[in-house]
Design a protein around this ligand. Structure first.
Ligand code: RI2
Length: 309
């Protein structure tokens, strides 16, 4: 029940942002475990597995979601009693949520060091961790100015400018297509990530690759703020990140679309920025060049490749 409700909220983006959906899924699994009436271990495990599958299926791109679910569900099959299984889920969910919040704080601390007094920073979409770096730099007394994009079609830029405004940070709001016009005035680009692949490519909100390409051309550094649970272990095995394509109505109202029978609206929610356009990925374990993504997957996610075979 808890998972169905949370799954709906994630799907319609009432709960959004790669870190937030991961924590919401962990919380939903915890509540599901606490609320379960199952008295037989196998039945309890079955309930939890159905809840986990439902949550993972909501948004296919943000790897934080299956990673969080995997961490909460790890070892469930070894539990001998319902109580043991329930306690395990609750402990692992709490541990994930706690470490996720800690990671966001650590990244803000590390990321702020890359922002200099007087910097003008461009950000795209609404990333809790990217904004955390900017707000921490401001808190440390650095004079900064931000350019934030609109982020069609869901306008997450509005959330970003509200947050920056509330923090008292001088902010400019621009349409997505204005990025190249302003990029030469920027000192830094900071964005978040929905997934980081083994070759250091970053999957993030649609338009990120254009921003990074423009920055590369203008020799402006690009930082990606991403917790280690956004790195994608399955990409080691050659699995590709699925890019979510959202409803056409988000881009073009149905009543207009109906009058244009020869027009198809395409609405991919994310794109892929290759490693060569990224200078650093800031994780809670420190900053790494994107080419070191493999090490994060092997050392910090702590999973053996055989787990996926
Ligand atoms: P944090 C968001 O996805 C954006 O792509 C953002 O850059 C990314 O998640 C990371 O967000 P959406 O849910 O975890 O808006 O840094 O599609 O908040």
């Amino acid at each position: 029940m808890f998972s169905t409700e949370t799954a709906e909220k994630i799907k319609c983006m009432e709960i959004r942002g790669a870190g937030r959906i991961a924590r919401a899924a962990a919380e939903a699994l915890k509540n599901e475990a606490l609320g379960s009436k199952a008295t037989i271990t196998a039945a309890f495990i079955g309930e939890m597995e159905r809840a986990a599958a439902l949550l993972v299926a909501t948004r296919p791109t943000a790897v934080s979601l299956p990673n969080a679910v995997h961490m909460v569900m790890a070892g469930l099959n070894r539990a001998k009693t319902v109580d043991e299984a329930r306690v395990g889920i609750v402990q692992r969910a709490d541990a994930f949520i706690h470490s996720s919040q800690h990671a966001v704080e650590k990244i803000a601390e590390f990321g702020a060091r890359h922002i200099r007094d007087g910097d003008t920073i461009l950000t795209h979409c609404n990333s809790e961790v990217a904004l955390g770096c900017i707000i921490e730099a401001h808190r440390l007394g650095k004079e900064i100015e931000v350019f934030a994009t609109e982020v069609r079609p869901r306008n997450q830029g509005l959330i970003t400018i509200r947050t920056l405004n509330d923090a008292g940070i001088k902010t400019n709001f621009i349409v997505d297509s204005a990025v190249r016009s302003f990029i030469s005035d920027m000192d830094l680009v900071i964005v978040g990530a929905d997934a980081v692949t083994v070759n250091g490519a970053v999957v993030n909100k649609i338009g990120t690759s254009q921003v990074a390409h423009a920055a590369y051309e203008a020799r402006v550094n690009v930082l990606v703020a991403a917790e280690t649970y956004k790195f994608a272990p399955r990409t080691i095995l050659g699995e590709e990140i699925q890019i979510e394509e959202r409803p056409a109505g988000e881009v073009l109202p149905d009543e207009i679309a109906r009058t244009l029978p020869h027009v198809t609206v395409r609405n991919p929610a994310f794109d892929v920025t290759p490693a060569e356009f990224i200078d650093l990925i800031i994780t809670e374990k420190g900053a790494i060049p994107p080419q070191m993504a493999y090490l994060i997957i092997r050392e910090y996610l702590g999973w053996d490749i055989t787990e996926f075979n």
